[in-house]
Design a protein around this ligand. Structure first.
Ligand SMILES: [Zn+2]
Ligand SMILES: [Zn+2]
Length: 304
């Protein structure tokens, strides 16, 4: 499969001179399967540019939503193929446990007349919604998609994508690996610790051996100390998961919105200098396209 970053910024779009290199659009990744299926991970503001790059003829798009925070759905009403008859748009996501509503809610809410000038009834494409269950693999075109619940303040799926050509990718959406809130002398500590370790093993198994792990790495350790519970991971947590899951390549993404290009590169250099890893590390950058050649160990992700 091939994949391309159209939005790598966390929380809010940040256009401007200090983010022009890595990009200011919020989360959106385009996947093209070996059979040519169009799969889109999240519909942040980056999906607007993606839409303009698509061919004009009738198309089928599969949009997998990790969770419904604004920065992951805000571009959905601006996905231009929705407005063209003959297009088929399939939107996938989880069931929100509090409201028991599926991913269709992301569209219903955004297309209310107070927030958007065009109503849902005016969309000309054929739009279908699919509610996925955690751990249950589905076929989307020629790929298999397996959602897994990852810790975040709202129900959030990480997605493992396995292409029929053997290449694989895991995207976390937003993910704060859980820490034990109790001190070791607290009566609840041990039970909580066992739950956390069980979940960690489940997550590592889901990421195991993928060609590309694209992971929320919003914070430095110092920043995280002030933002515990906000729902995001750190550079360190991403490196740890990549190592334990034996992935081939790690892509750091969901860049903190105040982070400039220069600051990102300074952090990246310090990561590279901190020691050898068995996997390659990349900063996710808007516009970068990678081709995951399946099969041999020697195969490289070709940046094209
Ligand atoms: Zn986010
Ligand atoms: Zn979020």
């Amino acid at each position: 499969m091939k994949f391309k970053f159209w939005g790598v910024r966390g929380s809010i779009a940040t256009p401007g001179p200090t983010t022009v290199k890595y990009g200011g659009n919020t989360t959106c990744i385009e996947i093209t399967s070996s059979a040519g299926d169009l799969i889109i991970l999240d519909a942040g503001t980056g999906i607007h540019s993606l839409a303009q790059s698509l061919p004009r003829q009738a198309l089928t798009a599969h949009i997998l939503i990790t969770h419904t925070h604004w920065d992951h759905i805000q571009g959905l009403p601006f996905f231009l193929p929705m407005f063209k008859a003959g297009n088929q748009i399939n939107i996938y996501g989880g069931l929100e446990p509090l409201t028991h509503q599926g991913i269709e809610r992301a569209m219903h809410v955004q297309l209310q007349h107070s927030y958007f000038p065009i109503s849902e009834a005016q969309l000309k494409a054929s739009v279908h919604y699919f509610t996925l269950k955690a751990g249950v693999t589905i076929n989307v075109g020629a790929v298999r998609v397996t959602p897994i619940v990852l810790n975040h303040p709202v129900y959030n799926f990480g997605y493992r994508i396995d292409d029929s050509d053997g290449s694989s990718l895991f995207f976390t959406g937003d993910y704060e690996p859980q820490l034990n809130p109790y001190q070791p002398d607290h009566p609840g500590y041990q039970a909580m610790q066992e739950l956390i370790e069980q979940k960690r093993e489940e997550v590592i198994a889901a990421m195991s051996g993928v060609d590309a792990l694209i992971m929320d790495s919003s914070y430095t350790d110092a920043e995280y100390a002030l933002r515990y519970g906000w729902g995001h991971g750190t550079y360190r947590s991403a490196m740890n998961f990549a190592e334990q899951a034996g992935v081939k390549r790690l892509f750091l993404t969901h860049h903190e919105p105040t982070r400039s290009d220069t600051e990102l590169e300074t952090i990246y250099q310090s990561i590279l200098q901190s020691g050898e890893t068995d996997f390659a590390v990349y900063l996710a950058k808007e516009g970068d396209l990678y081709d995951l050649k399946a099969g041999s160990e020697a195969a490289q992700a070709v940046k094209v």
